[in-house]
Design a protein around this ligand. Structure first.
Ligand SMILES: CCCCC/C=C\C/C=C\C/C=C\C/C=C\C/C=C\CCCCC(=O)SCCNC(=O)CCNC(=O)[C@H](O)C(C)(C)COP(=O)(O)OP(=O)(O)OC[C@H]1O[C@@H](n2cnc3c(N)ncnc32)[C@H](O)[C@@H]1OP(=O)(O)O
Ligand code: FAD
Length: 664
């Protein structure tokens, strides 16, 4: 018998080839096939079951995470999965774990900042997981200000060792994932001291626990920092604290690609820029942008499918009520998020390319594109995670009351996702880095130095400062060059206005601090321009499949015009468009929503998420929401007994007292 599909009618409405869209979303046919296979492998394995994890105590959740990580590793070995497949498997297991930090930061830190001898020594052990590592940078007293870290690594020429020490309470390492209970090793960031001189923060490989007994080594205090936001969620991770009491490590455990300390204790700064010490953060920020599209797509998939099932009001002659997805307000809240998921997917693809390019250049000692890579990763990490975090909460609201149920999947997704706005760089701190980069670019405009890459548009500042938007009718807003010019003009005008205001301060740093809220807005305008322009560039590619390109064009226009509508004040105040042109953009946006509507379910099907990965009754593929909600309610432990535990002690006495009082 064919399974019931409550979305069948919606799926029939689609105007494009779904299989081809799945390939566009995955990036290539090969990616699609790999990811589909691995997702199904995880979904069908009972060890990876996750529907009960919000009910677990912290200890049980943590043990469950260890069990899943061990099982995942076994599957990776048994099935001889490639590195790419193994990464996919871990992400589909969908439970934050120490392995994220081992593979995502510890190994990349050694690869990026270690010498070839260090690679040879440490990487084979790390790849086989004979050692497990974490990334120990943040301290109790300092996270954003990396130069303010207090842990010291003092070179002792007598013994050819570094002495790692935590001189104050605030120098305790605090937050590193995987540190609390699991890691045997860490890349520790500490101030390098040689001959009494402080050379700033550098990375050191430090063993924390015995490889046989897992006990902390002498001089090391280590533990978990405690429960975090929400139930389940990020509490599967052992974020840790760490203190050193004069712990000794050999000199060759300082990561020495950027700077070296010789046997005599001489500090040598190589040609490699000091900022490469921050390289692991650049790498992870880039991965976070791709992950933002996945998390956003997940929330949007749940809210879209549920909005097509849910009906409220408007029944005519006893017929069905209106699907909430047909309300224009629902569409105006949901479809821009759907468009953003696609937009972030494509900008994530591009950022991966940029990162690979800068890495190849760095290997050839070409450091010219490093500032741009830093600005793009910092800015896009900040923008995409802020939007995604807000969007998950918006999707919860789009699902009405049922969105607040744990089994909607949205509360846990939100709880897991929101620290992304803080970790790997607080989002405001990162936008200020982008603003610095933009102000520097503007200040060099007159010097003959031509801006390149994502700031190339600033080279056309003269034109962009005085160009006039030519939109006369709503449909004029569908022209890619019109959209692009409006976003470029807004970004350049806001940048130059801020640069002019900065120029009025005698001390530039005072000006930067005073104008920082405006500078954040400038950085956002620039980042939005990048996302819009990369979406438009994607549309220049050959995209096969009936109707696929057309749908992407619609989504691209929705993405750009909803931003224009949301930031209308910026566009009008800078004179890029008139208020009437703003109104025409909004008119066009409404027409676009009507075009998205019949394709909405298929557009979220294109994410190809299994019900296991989505983890949401509201978002389940077949749309059989009410029956599943009803069945699920009876599985709650509170319903194990008809009369709750505690009735005799606490409820009955009150009820009885009430009866007595009533009788009086
Ligand atoms: C249960 C349900 C499951 C659901 C799951 C659902 C979704 C999952 C979703 C998401 C998961 C996502 C990803 C997971 C992947 C892996 C990771 C896993 C967990 C993450 C853990 C997080 C780990 C951390 O947080 S590590 C710590 C990170 N810390 C920071 O980021 C600190 C931020 N601070 C800084 O970066 C710097 O201090 C600074 C702010 C940049 C300032 O530095 P400073 O030295 O003071 O520099 P200054 O401002 O003076 O600038 C000098 C100069 O240098 C340039 N610069 C700065 N940084 C860089 C750089 N990185 N690269 C290059 N250049 C840099 C700067 O521009 C200046 O240049 P100039 O002189 O002006 O030219
Ligand atoms: C779940 C989670 C996992 C983490 N994992 C790791 C890990 O594995 N390894 C690791 O080393 N660290 C980790 N961290 C730490 C994380 O990287 C830091 O918390 C993050 O970099 C922010 O730093 P902070 O906590 O010092 O925030 P703060 O800098 O203290 O921020 C507090 C407020 O001050 C504002 N602010 C700070 N500086 C400025 C400024 N210059 N201008 C304007 N406003 C400013 C911020 O915007 C924010 O609103 C993790 C954190 C979390 C929450």
């Amino acid at each position: 018998m064919e399974a019931l599909d409550y979305h069948a009618e919606e799926r029939r409405k689609a105007e494009f080839n779904l299989d081809e869209m799945k390939i566009v979303w995955a990036g290539s046919r090969r990616n699609y096939e790999l990811s589909d296979r691995v997702a199904r492998l995880v979904a069908s394995d009972p060890v990876f079951r996750k529907d009960n994890r919000t009910m677990l105590t912290r200890k049980d959740l943590f043990k469950d995470t260890l069990r899943k990580a061990a099982h995942a590793w076994k599957r990776i070995i048994d099935l001889r999965l490639s590195e790419e497949e193994a990464n996919m498997l871990r992400s589909y297991v969908d439970q934050p774990a120490f392995t994220d930090l081992h593979w995502g930061m510890f190994i990349p830190a050694i690869k990026g900042q270690g010498t070839s001898e260090q690679h040879e020594k440490w990487l084979p052990m790390a790849y086989k997981m004979q050692i497990i590592g974490c990334y120990a940078q943040t301290e109790l007293g300092h996270g954003s200000n990396v130069q303010g870290l207090e842990t010291t690594a003092t070179f002792d020429p007598q013994t050819d060792e570094f002495d790692l020490h935590s001189p104050t309470l605030t120098s305790s390492k605090w937050w590193p994932g995987g540190l609390g209970k699991v890691s045997t090793h860490a890349v520790v960031y500490a101030r390098l001291i040689t001959g009494g001189q402080d050379h700033g923060v550098h990375g050191f490989i430090v063993q924390l626990r015995g490889l046989d007994d897992h006990l902390p080594l002498p001089g090391i205090t280590v533990g978990d920092i405690g429960m975090k936001f929400g139930s389940g969620a990020y509490n599967s991770m052992d974020n840790g604290l760490l203190r050193f009491d004069h712990v000794r490590i050999p000199r060759n455990q300082m990561l020495m690609r950027v700077s070296q300390v010789t046997r005599e204790g001489k500090f040598v700064q190589s040609d490699v820029p000091r900022q490469l010490v921050y390289g692991t953060m650049v790498y992870v920020r880039q991965t976070i942008v791709s992950d933002a599209s996945c998390a956003l797509a997940r929330a949007v998939c749940i809210a879209t499918r549920y909005s097509a099932v849910r009906r409220q009001f408007g029944s005519q002659n006893g017929g069905p009520e209106i699907q909430v997805i047909d309300y224009k307000t629902q569409q105006s809240r949901l479809f821009p998020l759907l468009a953003s998921a696609y937009a972030f997917r494509f900008v994530g693809e591009w950022l991966k390319w940029l990162y690979t390019d800068v890495t190849q250049r760095l290997q050839a000692n070409d450091f010219s594109t490093l500032p741009e890579a830093h600005a793009c990763t910092a800015g896009l990490k900040s923008m995409t995670t802020s939007v995604t975090a807000d969007a998950i909460e918006e999707c919860r609201k789009l699902c009405g009351g049922h969105g607040y149920l744990s089994n909607s999947g949205l509360p846990e997704l939100f709880a897991v996702y929101i620290p992304t706005c803080t970790y790997e760089g607080d989002n405001v701190v990162l936008l200020l880095q982008v603003a610095r980069f933009l102000m520097k670019t503007v200040s060099q405009l007159g010097s003959g130095k031509k801006p390149v890459g994502t700031t190339a548009y600033m080279g056309r500042a003269e034109h962009l400062m005085q160009c006039r938007c030519e939109v006369e009718m709503a449909q004029d807003w569908l022209k890619p060059s019109t959209i692009l010019e409006a976003f470029e003009a807004r970004a350049v005008r806001m940048s130059i206005a801020c640069a002019k205001s900065l120029g009025k301060f005698s001390n530039p740093e005072d000006g930067f601090a005073e104008l920082s809220p405006d500078l954040v807005e400038v950085a956002i305008a620039h980042c939005q321009l990048i996302v819009v322009s990369k979406f438009l560039e994607k549309l220049q590619q050959d995209i096969p499949g009936k109707g696929v390109k057309r749908q992407l064009e619609i989504l691209c226009n929705v993405y750009a015009l909803h931003l224009l509508h949301k930031h209308l004040g910026d566009f009008v105040a800078t004179g890029c468009i008139t208020p009437n042109q703003g109104a025409l953009a909004n008119e066009q946006l409404r027409l676009l929503y009507a075009q998205v509507r019949p394709n909405a379910i298929a557009l979220v099907d294109a994410f190809n998420y299994t019900d296991h990965y989505l983890g949401s009754i509201l978002g389940c593929y077949d749309g059989n929401v009410y029956q599943k909600l009803y069945q699920e309610a009876w599985k709650d432990p509170l319903n194990d007994t008809v009369v709750p535990d505690g009735y005799l002690e606490y409820l009955r006495p009150i009820l009885k007292q009430h009866i007595r009082t009533a009788r009086l």
